[in-house]
Ligand binder design. Structure first.
Ligand SMILES: O=P(O)(O)O[C@@H]1[C@@H](OP(=O)(O)O)[C@H](OP(=O)(O)O)[C@H](O)[C@H](OP(=O)(O)O)[C@H]1OP(=O)(O)O
Ligand SMILES: Nc1ncnc2c1ncn2[C@@H]1O[C@H](COP(=O)(O)OP(=O)(O)O)[C@@H](O)[C@H]1O
Ligand SMILES: [Mg+2]
Ligand SMILES: [Mg+2]
Length: 342
């Protein structure tokens, strides 16, 4: 491993993923990052600009071959991954146990915590963050494990107010886990398919904030979101409206001409508190939060979604932020190892 030489120049891509590490002997001078990602993720994240900048900073990305034992590959300084399945989780856990010198981003069990929409938001609810800069909570929600006919009763008992957003309980990245519905009336709730989370819909002016976290770094962008539901609309409409992949279809709202009270970003100190606390409680370093501001209440925020290793490719300047983060990890690991030496 070589420490950051701060050479920031961007140059053309070198597809190191196709090179043999042994041949280049990069372990002597480079930070080696093994990655296990879907081809979609490789395309959106591992763009030529990132690989080029990384290379200039002394970082090499090397594809992990899932058909070969992980221990036979590398050696890696860092392992970056976003794949699903129990088998893969077990491979990673075993690798973490046998290779404590490698930083695995992030621990599989911590990621697993985000694969359930109830446990995902529990940390935010427990924090009950309320301070000078505002209040951060989660919308009131109810988990329905089975029996759709019981939903109207359960909703009344819990005192949830319509409309409700119905989200699949499991958030494992599958297309199905992103199929959301908006339910306008109690009777129609029976049409929903458990297991799901029923969440109060919070009017937020049709814009949400994506808060990207990469280690200590935080970057916020605006995205268009579902429009507000007025009282009149609520009284006129009935039924369940389905949205197959509402969040992915949403365009950036950063350059849009928005009402300033809707567009104003959440206060930086509030986001820093929230991110710091969530990093600690979730045990994760790579994630984003979908945050909305209750329409008309400047300092009332709700976290509605947390995603592991999200679409960083859409985060402005992610190449610099990500490579700096990888170097900082390698540096702290280097310091630790050297402090053990006599
Ligand atoms: O595909 P992208 O680049 O839009 O990224 C997706 C994220 O979009 P975003 O960062 O919010 O723009 C997306 O965020 P949302 O859940 O849509 O808010 C997820 O993180 C998604 O991963 P998964 O399907 O939940 O495992 C992410 O998908 P993967 O790229 O990880 O498959
Ligand atoms: N409680 C809510 N109030 C208002 N809008 C919501 C709420 N929950 C979700 N949404 C809208 O639905 C979209 C998708 O919901 P989200 O929980 O982020 O699911 P996904 O994991 O599929 O992105 C959000 O980006 C937002 O536009
Ligand atoms: Mg989302
Ligand atoms: Mg999500």
């Amino acid at each position: 491993m070589r420490l950051n030489d701060d050479n920031d120049e961007e140059e053309g891509p070198k597809t190191m993923s196709q090179c043999s590490i042994g041949h280049l002997q990069p372990e002597k001078s480079f930070v080696i990052v093994g990655y296990a990602l879907t081809s979609k993720k490789v395309e959106s994240f591992l763009k030529p600009k990132l690989e080029g900048l990384a290379r200039n900073k002394g970082i090499l990305f090397v594809a992990i071959d899932q058909n070969r034992p992980l221990s036979d590959q590398g050696p890696f300084d860092i392992v970056l991954h976003k794949l699903t399945g129990k088998e893969w989780r077990q491979i990673l856990e075993e690798y973490r146990r046998t290779h404590p010198e490698v930083t695995v981003l992030d621990p599989p069990d911590a990621i697993q915590h985000l694969h359930n929409r109830q446990s995902m938001l529990q940390c935010v609810a427990d924090m009950n963050l309320s301070e000078t800069y505002g209040k951060v909570g989660v919308p009131r929600q109810l988990v329905i494990k089975r029996d759709s006919s019981s939903i109207p009763d359960a909703v009344t008992k819990a005192g949830l107010i319509l409309p409700l957003v119905a989200k699949p309980l499991v958030a494992d990245g599958s297309a199905k886990s992103h199929e959301l519905s908006l339910a306008y009336d109690e009777y129609s709730l029976q049409k929903l398919e458990p297991p799901l989370v029923l969440q109060e819909f919070v009017n937020h002016g049709g814009v949400l904030f994506k808060v990207y976290i990469v280690g200590e770094a935080i970057k916020v962008v605006r995205r268009f979101s579902l429009p507000d539901v007025t009282k009149r609309e609520l009284s006129k409409n009935a039924g369940v409206f389905r949205f197959p992949r509402v969040s992915c279809a949403a365009a950036s709202a950063d350059d849009a001409d928005l009402d300033p009270s809707v567009a104003e970003l959440p206060p930086r100190p509030l986001l820093e508190r929230l991110a710091k606390e969530l990093r600690r409680r979730l045990g994760l370093r790579l994630f984003n939060l979908d945050i909305i501001r209750e329409h008309g209440r400047r300092d009332h925020f709700y976290v509605i979604d947390i995603n592991y290793f999200p679409g960083y490719g859409k985060m402005p300047g992610y190449e610099h932020i990500f490579t700096d983060f990888l170097l900082s990890l390698a540096q702290s690991r280097y310091k630790k190892v050297n402090s053990w030496k006599p």
